[in-house]
Write a protein that binds this ligand. Structure first.
Ligand SMILES: [Zn+2]
Ligand SMILES: [Zn+2]
Length: 169
C-alpha cells in the first residue's frame, strides 16, 4: 500500500489526509485514523479528493408518477435534477430548474400539474400503446389478405367451368 501525506485537510477534523491506493484505486484517508475514519474518494484523472456526494435534498413535492414518494434534488453528471426518492423503483425525473415553478404550484394546491401528470403516465402507457399497435398490425395484414381473397374468389368461379367437363364423362 502506497501512503502519502497530502495538503488536503480532513473535512471532518481538519487533520491532513493521507493518500492511499487501495484495491479500488486511490483514495484519501484521514491521518487521524482510527479516531477519525473519514475517507474521500480520489478523482481518477486529477488525483484530487472528490467532494463528498451531497445527500439528496427533499423538495416537499410528491412524485407525480408513483404518488407515494417525495421528489428530491440529486446532482448528477449533467447537474442537478429532480428525481423520485423511490428510485430505482420509480424512475421519474424532472428538470431541477423548474423546481421554483413546481413549488409555486404546490402552494396553490396545483401540484402536480396536468401536463406533468400526463407525462408521468405517458411513460407507463407508452409501452402499452406499443403493444396495442403491435396487436393492430396483424389485423391490418389480415385485411390485406382479405383484399387478395377477391381474386381467389374469381379463381373459384373458374373452378366451375373445370367441373363442367367432368359431367360429360
Ligand atoms: Zn479526520
Ligand atoms: Zn415516484
Amino acid at each position: 500500500m502506497v501512503q502519502e501525506l497530502t495538503d488536503y485537510k480532513c473535512p471532518a477534523c481538519g487533520k491532513p489526509m493521507i493518500k492511499r491506493v487501495g484495491r479500488f484505486g486511490p483514495f484519501f484517508g484521514c491521518s487521524g485514523y482510527p479516531e477519525c475514519k473519514t475517507i474521500q474518494a480520489a478523482d481518477r484523472k486529477t488525483g484530487e479528493p472528490l467532494p463528498p456526494k451531497p445527500p439528496p435534498k427533499p423538495t416537499g413535492l410528491t412524485c407525480p408518477k408513483c404518488g407515494k414518494k417525495e421528489l428530491v434534488v440529486r446532482s448528477g453528471k449533467r447537474g442537478e435534477f429532480l428525481s423520485c426518492l423511490g428510485y430505482p423503483r420509480c424512475r421519474m425525473t424532472l428538470p431541477a430548474d423548474k423546481l421554483p415553478e413546481f413549488l409555486d404550484l404546490k402552494t396553490k394546491n396545483q401540484w402536480p400539474p396536468p401536463d406533468i401528470m400526463a407525462k408521468a403516465k405517458a411513460g407507463k402507457k407508452a409501452a402499452g400503446a406499443d403493444a396495442a399497435s403491435a396487436g393492430a398490425e396483424p389485423t391490418a395484414a389480415a385485411s390485406g389478405k382479405s383484399a387478395k381473397i377477391l381474386p381467389q374468389g374469381a379463381a373459384g368461379a373458374r373452378a366451375k367451368p373445370r367441373a363442367r367437363p367432368v359431367k360429360p364423362l
